[in-house]
Structures are given as structure tokens and as C-alpha cells.
Design a binder for this molecule. Sequence first.
Ligand SMILES: [Zn+2]
Length: 187
Amino acid sequence: MASICTNPECDYTKRHGVIQNAALEFCPNCGRRLQKVADVAAITPVSRGRRFGAYFIDFCIAFLLVLVGTIPIVGLIITPIIALYWLLRDINGASPGKSLLGLAIVSRGGGRSTTMQRILRNLPFAIMVLPLLIPYIGLTDYPIQLFVILVEALMVILTRERIGDKLAGTMVVSHDVAQAQYAPVSA
Ligand SMILES: [Zn+2]
């Protein structure tokens, strides 16, 4: 049986992950009685296939925005919109693609992810489109985008974690796993 500290002012769970010591009743940091949560032993990153599927859906949305950007005038404001889209796609806990495939973002080692973490993990994707804002230089940005996407894809294949995940300390898990983790355990 695992437990977490639910004191919003205490960062013990954030720093140490879910507490696996069943004998521990109170938070070693703030002293609050710990909240029992469903066993998190089963928490592992989701399969690469599901992650790529979710990413592909998110990518298609970005591609639609690029197409909208070919409309004169709209094109001038589309780059900041695309950058914001990448940056904020996980703001509610899961991007559109992740929601559709039942995925959610948690803190590495268990624990709810913070808004800051959900933004930070997408920094590489947001940064890669920003050079498009510079006239003429913009065209040279496509190789940069391809590079970032390839590196992040390779990271998922090899380590199951994007650079963005390492940066933010996040993990992509099944939505039901994320839910179960916080469902209070009766008995
Ligand atoms: Zn605490």
C-alpha cells in the first residue's frame, strides 16, 4: 500500500515520489496524516505506440493550423498561435491526442503534475516553431523542427521519455492509472 502527503504547502511527495513505506503514517516533512492511495507499483510509462498515436493526433491539429496560416493576413499571426498550441496542449492534464487515447501526465515517480510541469514539458516543441516569426530566416526553421521531432521521437523509443519529460519531471501514463493513484482507498 502506498501513500501521499496531501498538504498543498508540503512538497514531500513532489520531491520523493509516492511513499511506499506502509509503516509510515505521518508525513516526515510536515507531520500530516498520509493519504492512502492505490498501489502505484504498476505505474509505468505507456507503450510507445500509444504515445506516438497521441502525438500524431496533436501533430495533425498543428498541421491544420499551418494550413489555416496559408490564408493571407491570418498567416502573420499563426506562428505565435502554433507556438502557444504546442506549449499549452497539455495544460488540462492531457493534450487532445492523449485525451482521445486515454493518456494523462503525472509527475515522475507518481504524484499529480503541476501546471508548470505540463507547460515545461512542451518547451522544445514551442521553441522549435519560434524562428518562423523571423522573415526569410523562417524557411530554414523546417530542418530545425524536423530535428527536434526526430530527437524527441528517438528519446521515446530508447528511454520512453522525451527531453521535455526529463526537463519537467513528468511521465505519460494511462488515464485510469492516473485516476486510481488519487482515488482514496477505503478499508
Ligand atoms: Zn507533508
